[in-house]
Structures are given as C-alpha cells and as structure tokens.
Design a binder for this molecule. Structure first.
Ligand code: PMP
Length: 334
C-alpha cells in the first residue's frame, strides 16, 4: 500500500496556531490565547464548517463528483465553500444580498463562484437569500450547504477546534469564549471541551442587535436592541447548531470596545484582524476580570483585517459610525 505523503489544500483546514496575547495576558493575570483562524486556506474560521459540511455530504452520498453546492451567505462561508469546494472538484453558487460590499461580491467572483445577487429581504420573506438558495437547490438538484441548521457545521468544531484547544493547552483550558454567527463554533468546541472537563466554562460574546445574550441569560430571544457593524456574527434565532447547548456566561460587547481591542492587537501584537475577533477577545478579557487571575482562556481570531480595509481601517468611515480607533485600552477596561 502506498503511503500518501502530500495532501491538497482542503486537508490543511484547522490545526491553527494558538497565539498568546501578551499584553492582555499581563493585564489580566490570565493566559489570553487566540486561535489564528486567519491562516486557514480561505482565511477564516468558516473553512472548518465548509470542510465539515462538504465531507459529511460526501459520506452521505449527497455529493457526486462535479456536483454543484449552493449557499446563501454574505461572506466567509462562501469563501470557504468556494476554496474547499474547488479543491474537491465541485461548482459553487452563492446567493448574496446585493447590499453587501462590492469587495465581497468581486472576491467571490474572482475565486470562481457563480454569484447571484438578490434584493435584501428579511428572513420571514420567501424572497430572503437563504430561501432562494434552498429553492434553487430543490429545483436544480444542487446540494444546499445550509450552514445555520446543518449540524455538520458544529460537528466540525467538535472534531477539530475543541480537540485542538484541549491538546494545545495540555488540558489546562479553563474557559472558551466565542461569538455566534451560526453558533457552530461555540456549540461544537464547548461540547467537546466540557466532555473532557465539565469545569471548562463556555462563554458567549454577543454584539448588540443580536439575541444570543438574551437566549443564554434569560431563555428568550427578545433582546435585539442596538446595532453592530461586526460582519459574520449577530444571530436573532436559535439555529439547529445552537439548540441544546448551555453556556456559563454571556456578555454583550459594544462595537467601540471591540474596535479598541482590534487596534490594540494591531499596534501591540502585530495582529491584523476583523471585528468579530475583537468581540471575542473583549469577552475573554471580561471573563478574566470577573473570574480572576490564573485562568487559561481560549478564543478565536476568526479572520484577518484585509476584507475590512474600507471600513474598520478607514478613519473617515469609522467617524460616520461614531467610532474612535484611537482610544486607549484603559478607556474600556478599568
Ligand atoms: N466571525 C466571522 C468573521 C465569521 O464570518 C463568522 C461566521 N459567519 C463567525 C465569527 C461566527 O462563527 P459561527 O458561524 O461558527 O458562529
């Protein structure tokens, strides 16, 4: 039997470095650690879900060679599906609201996805982009990835993110902090970690305008006040990936706090990240301050700042949102 020594790019999803955030670790007396998800082939944590969903569909016989995969997505999942899908020989169709930034649409087209831009409609409207994706899949015999309610998504984190964190911290992890888009990351990794040690705390960091803080704290999805510029996170309903999980603590993180963290990490750690990473790290610092020194806290650095040059890293744009990139850390954590 020949030994396979070399693998295609789809096999290099995950096994990301665990980076010590030196300054924040010192400030809190805890180890604050971030998994560098931006090193995945498609550049984000969503490569894990894309890999998991495609592999699961193959195992169930739902994807024949050369098949077409369709998804309604505004961002990283589309990129992940396109990169991993092409490496496996599939065609990718992405249904996206036309209100998304032109950079995103052109990036997906450059990567080789067929992009169908549709008018933005709420989830309850049959013309919402997710429902269009589902219908097209039914009509044309395509495979619908369905990242929100396909639990192969959380399974991917149960099989990769969770075990990697356990191994990389030699079982010393005491808390795992994640924000929620589909909920796959938070659910899958925390389920695994709690199985290894029930005392590992699962912590949700939620942006304003989402309902997950309310769901985990009060058991209802009533609170969705305020707003956030964070992309890829901010969930208003209990997806199949979230169903049945419990967390030990949930925080609401405002955009200014997350932005101050993103700029601190850029200036003092050499890390160029998107806003969901700032929300995650802010949640880790809150938890560190609340539970005290000596903990080992792990969160995700979900994607890099490259896609957000014209927004997060553009001072004029930030000013229109009343956000200040120059605030010191002390202004948000006393
Ligand atoms: N951060 C970014 C930048 C994302 O694109 C996503 C996924 N949409 C998340 C965080 C949240 O991940 P999950 O879907 O596993 O909850």
């Amino acid at each position: 039997m020949s030994i396979v020594r070399y693998q295609g790019v789809d096999r290099y999803v995950g096994n990301t470095p665990l980076i010590r955030l030196r300054h924040l670790s010192k400030l809190t007396g805890c180890e604050i650690l971030g998994k560098a998800e931006f090193v995945n082939p498609g550049g984000s944590v969503k490569d894990r879900a894309a890999y998991g969903i495609i592999t699961d569909a193959e195992q169930q016989g739902l994807l024949k060679p050369g098949a077409t995969i369709i998804e309604g997505t505004a961002g990283n999942t589309g990129i992940g599906l396109t990169v991993i899908g092409h490496a496996r020989g599939y065609q990718i169709v992405i249904v996206i609201p036309e209100t998304q930034s032109p950079e995103k649409l052109s990036l997906l087209r450059t990567l080789g996805a067929e992009v169908i831009a549709v008018p933005e409609k709420p989830y309850r409207d049959p013309e919402n982009y997710n429902h269009i994706a589902r219908r097209l899949a039914e009509e044309r015999g395509w495979f619908w990835a369905n990242q929100f309610d396909n639990t192969a998504n959380r399974e991917a984190h149960y099989r990769s993110t969770g075990p990697e964190i356990w191994k990389q911290t030699s079982g010393e992890v005491s808390g795992f902090i994640a924000s929620v888009g589909t909920g796959g990351t938070l659910a899958g990794a925390s389920l695994y970690l709690k199985e290894q040690n029930p005392n590992v705390a699962a912590v949700c960091a939620d942006p304003y305008g989402a309902a997950m803080w309310s769901w985990f704290t009060n058991g209802n999805t009533d609170t969705n006040d305020g707003d956030s510029i964070a992309e890829g996170i901010g969930q208003g309903r209990v997806t199949k990936n979230i169903e049945g999980i419990t967390v030990d603590k949930a925080y609401r993180i405002d955009d200014q706090t997350a932005l101050t963290i993103v700029y601190q990490l850029l200036r003092e750690e050499g890390l160029f990240l998107g806003l969901s990473s700032g929300i995650n790290v802010a949640g880790a610092v809150r938890f560190a301050k609340e539970r005290g020194r000596g903990q080992t806290l792990v969160t995700l650095l979900c994607d890099s700042g490259h896609k957000y040059q014209s927004t997060l890293f553009n001072r004029e744009w930030l000013a229109t949102k009343n956000l200040d990139p120059g605030l010191p850390l002390e202004s948000i954590f006393r």
